[in-house]
Design a protein around this ligand. Structure first.
Ligand SMILES: [Zn+2]
Length: 93
């Protein structure tokens, strides 16, 4: 069996960000902006590493209710708002 580790927050934030973006249709949602938002939100949230076995679905982390969830939505909304106010999708390398 091959094992690895993964920051589970990437999946959680990705999912929740889609929901937040749906409620904010005026904000640019091009790939660059979405990735900027994802990076911003991930940098502002505690990582949650899980051990994964290759080829197997990992067990979903269950501690996602209550205050944790509220904090996360706040972090994501903040990331979406900041990137939306100052999009960087036209910057050249
Ligand atoms: Zn954009």
């Amino acid at each position: 069996m091959e094992y690895g580790i993964k920051n589970y927050m990437e999946d959680i934030i990705h999912d929740k960000m889609n929901a937040v973006l749906k409620s904010m249709p005026d904000i640019c949602q091009c790939e660059k902006c979405r990735l900027d938002m994802l990076a911003f939100a991930l940098n502002n949230s505690p990582p949650k590493y899980v051990v994964t076995a290759k080829g197997k679905l990992y067990t979903k982390v269950s501690s996602l209710e209550g205050q944790f969830n509220v904090d996360l939505v706040r972090i994501i909304t903040d990331a979406v708002t900041r990137v939306g106010q100052k999009p960087r999708h036209n910057e050249e390398e």
